[in-house]
Design a protein around this ligand. Structure first.
Ligand code: ADE
Ligand code: ZN
Ligand code: ZN
Length: 260
């Protein structure tokens, strides 16, 4: 009997670990917020400043994760990602959970901010969430496969230590780079007007497909139990920086449209 109990408890604990999810790390979200701040129109800047009591977009960028441990906010958990099956040709809102997904979540945030009848408190909350989710949208594994929880179940090593490919993209590469979010934002690539315009082009679903295509490429370029390190960093960190920059520019586009 005792042995059965031990087995049951062990299984339970292993499931907890299995289900543990990772997040585009704090530095990534803040970088996207900081880059967006630099692309805001004066009107948007003023309105947002007022709504956030002078706090920056970088400052509020991790609120979406901070509330995760509070059961009262559990319904927002599926808003952090959207899964599109490899064989699917397009996004199908029918696949979203009852509580929605990253796409419906972002749309809801925009709707609340555009609604004159929303309370100040509601607007504040949904602005913080919008900053967070547009960041998540640009972490390719937040638009990954449901079958492996967006790469959370694709085990790899990072400099010899056990982790998974989702986590490598959330935070391992960014943390290994050892730059603060302000440094990452300041050192973003200099883009021509034309390049910025190309990034702003399209709508939410175009950006979802872009992340999804990147995720497909990344799934193919890694095998279970690969030990990733310097070579992987060298190959993919430029893409990480690019994703953070795209997230910032597109977040600013959304906000400038809301407050125009
Ligand atoms: N985090 C938890 N589940 C996930 C999923 N299915 N896709 C991406 N990120 C996730
Ligand atoms: Zn994540
Ligand atoms: Zn998130």
């Amino acid at each position: 009997m005792k042995r059965i109990l031990i087995v049951v408890v062990a299984l339970f604990i292993s499931q907890i670990n299995f289900a543990k999810e990772e997040e585009w790390g704090k530095t990534g979200h803040r970088t996207t917020g900081e880059i967006a701040q630099a692309h805001l129109s004066r009107r948007a800047q003023k309105a947002i400043d007022k709504l956030l009591n002078g706090h920056s977009l970088a400052f509020v960028a991790n609120h979406g994760d901070d509330i995760k441990s509070d059961p009262a906010y559990r319904k927002y958990s599926p808003w952090h990602y959207v899964n599109i099956a490899p064989e699917a040709t397009e996004y199908d809102p029918e696949n979203a959970s009852e509580d929605g997904d990253l796409v419906t979540g972002i749309r809801k945030c925009i709707a609340v901010l555009e609604d004159k009848n929303s309370s100040r408190e509601d607007k504040q909350f949904h602005l913080k969430m919008l900053v967070h989710f547009v960041g998540d949208l640009h972490q390719p594994f937040h638009v990954g496969h449901a079958s492996d929880l967006g790469g959370n179940r694709v085990d790899v090593k990072w400099f010899g230590k056990k982790t998974n490919i989702h986590s490598v993209w959330d935070s391992k590469m960014i943390d290994s780079y050892e730059m603060s979010y302000t440094e990452l934002a300041e050192n973003r690539d200099e883009l021509s007007k034309l390049q910025v315009k190309a990034i702003k082009d399209g709508d939410l679903l175009d950006w979802v497909y872009e992340s999804r295509n990147l995720a497909e490429k990344l799934y193919k370029s890694v095998e279970k139990d690969n030990d990733l390190g310097y070579k992987y960093m060298y190959e993919w960190f430029p893409t990480v920086r690019q994703q953070l920059q795209k997230g910032g520019i597109r977040l600013a586009k959304i906000l400038n449209e809301i407050y125009n």
